[in-house]
Design a protein. Structure first.
Length: 191
């Protein structure tokens, strides 16, 4: 996951513009309430786990245990990286695509196979082999002509998430905010 750009849209909040591994699978049947509940539970756990990976423990600088906490954090990060590498050997990530992501939509290059509903597997973190799995339907205007699009480039397809619980939406908003903060910090570090 290399290029990342964020902007704030007044209707949908923060948006992530960048490269993510994404798999899009057309579904033959409409999702059931039971399936949506299972996906929401799994996505809540994933987003909470991603948040804890990036949060820093709240301690004072003179805390005697701070060095030990940092050392354990680095060890745990190494173990997670190694585990992810092992998992990716048997279950490789899908191709990376240029996307625009907000808490309600995903936009990516089309065309997609025709369907009323799609399963989206979004790999938000390269070190975590578990995807954020969302169901989506084509937005009202499925393809969006873009004047800045290069000649011959595929049209952009907008998919609207369906059945996403409020906790998942909030977790996705927090993820987008963390990505936005990282991007702003990188801009300030670059001369």
């Amino acid at each position: 996951m290399t290029e990342r750009h964020h902007e704030e849209d007044h209707n949908d909040g923060l948006r992530f513009h960048g490269l993510l591994p994404v798999a899009v699978t057309p579904l033959a049947d409409a999702p059931t309430d039971a399936l949506l509940a299972v996906l929401n539970g799994s996505n809540e756990a994933l987003l909470a786990g991603l948040r804890t990976l990036h949060e820093k423990p709240e301690t004072e600088d003179n805390d005697q245990n701070l060095a030990e906490i940092r050392r354990l954090d680095h060890k745990l990060s190494l173990v997670l990286d190694l585990l992810s590498m092992l998992l990716q050997q048997t279950h490789p990530l899908p191709p990376t695509q240029q996307v625009v992501l907000d808490s309600r939509h995903l936009q990516l290059a089309g065309p997609l196979p025709p369907a009323d509903c799609y399963r989206l597997d979004l790999y938000l973190e390269s070190t975590v082999a578990k995807p954020l799995r969302l169901l989506a339907r084509p937005a009202a205007a499925m393809t969006e002509p873009t004047p800045t699009r290069a000649a011959g480039a595929p049209a952009l397809v907008t998919l609207e998430f369906i059945g996403v619980g409020q906790q998942v939406r909030d977790g996705l908003d927090r993820f987008l905010f963390r990505q936005h903060r990282k991007q702003v910090a990188q801009r300030h570090r670059t001369p």
